[in-house]
Each structure stands twice: as structure tokens, then as C-alpha cells.
Design a protein around this ligand. Structure first.
Ligand code: ATP
Ligand code: MG
Length: 231
């Protein structure tokens, strides 16, 4: 069966979820996100923000209940198909061993050099990569060149954008990033979100402000909802 293009409408229906520890992190969780909408999740540490987005990515599946993408239970979709429509920058971005080019191309093996550079430029990573002695051929990951957290994050953004995904997830780490890189990341976020269904877990008000809807999460529940003007 050929799957139609994913539009990115996402529904959590009575989703209950527990990690293997058995304790329920979400219980009868309901949420509908329209295709193209940007949702920001805020809330204290351990409240369930990453769990909510990990479920949308199908890194985990609901213990009970269902998640629908464009009205179809996502368990019925081939995982690879779903993942090829998904771009993510996760908490504590990690790079694979290999070169910067390999890392940007990861999951999109047929991407050309030009496309890789275009993605890096779009997220403002090109300039710092060019300054490295070996440029895009710099080895990273364990034992490789030391990149800052912010630089790793920019490379993750470039990877996420290269696939031109319908669904974009940003689970931002609370790390100290210098103001210049910070500005680049902000700028990248704006570009990446446009026209996609996006989940952002961000710590900076300036990032959250761009969301169509802000959900305040506590103990796995949405306790408040609105936009930045309302909250
Ligand atoms: P933070 O702001 O610190 O990133 P969060 O809101 O993203 O927090 P989650 O990571 O979703 O919170 O965690 C929700 C709950 O699930 C917490 O009680 C946490 O300890 C637990 N949890 C998260 N990941 C796992 C895991 N892999 N195995 C077991 N329990 C987990
Ligand atoms: Mg988290």
C-alpha cells in the first residue's frame, strides 16, 4: 500500500503511557493539533513534556489509547514512513561518529552536497562549519572534534530541515549557549517551523512566543492553554 503524503494533523485520544517502571506518566491524555500548527509545551522538569513529544514521534507507543496522524492510527503506518516525515532536534543533541556532512545527511542518504550546504546555510551553521580546518569533512562524535552544544544543535537543525519534514519536534536542552549562537538558533527555529506541524519545548520566552498555542503541562496533564498574550 502506498501511503498518502502526511499533512501533519495529530490527535492523542485517551492516551495512557508508562515507561517500563510502570508508573503512569500520562493518563487519558487528549490533544488535537491541526496540520501546520505550532504548539509549545512548558512546565516543570519531569512534568511529561518530552514524553508527550516522544509519543508523537513514535519513539514510544501509547500503553492505552491511540495517536492518529491525519485520522489514521499511526501504528498502522510503517514506522519508516512516519520517521521520514519527521524532523527532530532532541534534548541533549548528540551526533553520530562520522563527519559533519554524514551527520547532516543522516537518514537522507541521497542528499547531494549542494542540498547539505543549503540546509546548513538555512540554519546558520554554514559559517562556523566553513571555519573548521576540514569544513564539512570534520570528524565529530566520540573522539572527534569538540563542538559546542550550540554548534551540535545547529547541525541537528540542519539534519532536521534537510528532510523537509511535515512534522518538526524541538526538545531544547537547557544549556548555556553563547549569545551569538543563541541568535542563530532563534533564527533557525523561525525558518524551520514555517508551514509544518511543530512541537517546541523551549526555555526561552522568545521561542515560545512564536507558538500558535502554549500548553502548560503538570503531572502529565494540560493545566492551562493559550497564547503568550493570554498566559
Ligand atoms: P524536563 O523538563 O526535565 O525535560 P519533562 O517534562 O520532559 O522534563 P519527561 O522526561 O517527559 O519530563 O518525564 C516525565 C516522567 O517520566 C518523569 O517522572 C521521568 O522521571 C519519567 N521518565 C522519563 N523518561 C523515562 C524513561 N526513559 N524511563 C523511565 N522513566 C522515565
Ligand atoms: Mg524533557
Amino acid at each position: 500500500k502506498d501511503w498518502p503524503e502526511i499533512k501533519g494533523d495529530i490527535t492523542y485520544k485517551d492516551v495512557t503511557f508508562a515507561y517500563n517502571t510502570g508508573e503512569k506518566v500520562l493518563e487519558n491524555f487528549n490533544l488535537h493539533i491541526k496540520a501546520g500548527e505550532t504548539i509549545a509545551l512548558v512546565g516543570e522538569t519531569g512534568s511529561g513534556k518530552s514524553t508527550i513529544v516522544n509519543l508523537a514521534c513514535r519513539f514510544y507507543e501509547p500503553t492505552k489509547g491511540q495517536i492518529f496522524i491525519d485520522g489514521v492510527d499511526y501504528k498502522k503506518m510503517p514506522l519508516l514512513w512516519l520517521h521520514s516525515n519527521l524532523g527532530y532536534v532532541l534534548q541533549g543533541p548528540h551526533l553520530f561518529s562520522g563527519t559533519i556532512k554524514d551527520n547532516i545527511r543522516y537518514g537522507n542518504l541521497d542528499a547531494s552536497e549542494l542540498e547539505i550546504i543549503r540546509a546548513a546555510k538555512l540554519v546558520n551553521a554554514h559559517d562556523f562549519i566553513k571555519k573548521l580546518e576540514k569544513g564539512y569533512d570534520t570528524e565529530v562524535g566520540e573522539g572527534g572534534s569538540k563542538l559546542s552544544t550550540g554548534e551540535k544543535q545547529l547541525i541537528s537543525f540542519a539534519r532536521a530541515i534537510l528532510a523537509n519534514p511535515r512534522i518538526f519536534v524541538l526538545d531544547e536542552a537547557t544549556s548555556s549557549i553563547d549569545t551569538e549562537t543563541e541568535q542563530k538558533i532563534q533564527d533557525a527555529i523561525h525558518k524551520v517551523l514555517k508551514g509544518r506541524t511543530s512541537f517546541i519545548i523551549a526555555h526561552r520566552l522568545s521561542t515560545i512566543r512564536t507558538a500558535d498555542r502554549i500548553l502548560v503541562i503538570k503531572d502529565g496533564k494540560i493545566i492551562e492553554e493559550g497564547n503568550h498574550l493570554k498566559l
